[in-house]
Design a protein around this ligand. Structure first.
Ligand code: ZN
Length: 177
């Protein structure tokens, strides 16, 4: 089942999500629906707060990035209670977008690589060394679990410049959802 997306302006996107205590049938169903919703929206990642659940879960189908910078999708993966550590000192600026802030793509500075630890649907812990765009993707989704949106990483004059566009998006989605 495709779930309803929460858009910029919805207060749930600003809340800190809670850890998943136990992997129940409800959690399995939510993860399944999140994958379906992500695919249905042509997204490469989706976090639980974006579909109205304040739980530390995100899904992604972004497998890798090749030397040419092209992104390759793989089997959708589920990340429960993810922990991101060891961000690289090297930073990169790349364009980013978000299903909750439609049609806004902006260059965002983030570490080039990161280490990730999470639990899968079977309750097993797994690790990932993320590099390039997949690292960015996991950091973007993990930010959602802390009530942080990618636009928060834009500071100063550039942030002021996008405010009218953000106001427009907020207004549009508060009326049309
Ligand atoms: Zn997002």
């Amino acid at each position: 089942m495709k779930l309803k997306l929460c858009y910029y302006g919805d207060p749930i996107l600003r809340k800190v999500a809670k850890p998943v205590e136990k992997i129940t049938d409800e959690i399995r169903e939510l993860c399944h629906n999140m994958v379906e919703t992500m695919k249905g929206c042509d997204g490469i990642g989706l976090a639980a707060p974006q579909v109205g659940y304040l739980l530390r879960i995100f899904v992604s189908n972004l497998a890798s990035e090749d030397e040419k910078g092209e992104l390759h999708l793989g089997e959708p993966k589920i990340y429960i209670n993810p922990i991101l550590t060891a961000p690289s000192e090297a930073l990169v600026e790349r364009n980013e977008g978000c299903l909750s802030i439609p049609k806004l793509y902006l260059p965002i500075v983030r570490p080039l690589s990161i280490h990730l630890e999470a639990t899968d649907l079977e309750g097993n812990t797994f690790h990932e060394e993320c590099y390039g765009y997949p690292a960015r993707n996991r950091m973007h989704e993990n930010d959602h679990l802390n009530g942080v949106l990618f636009i928060d990483r834009i500071k100063g004059k550039r942030r002021t410049e996008i405010e009218p566009e953000l106001r427009r998006i907020k207004q549009y989605y508060s009326k049309n959802v």
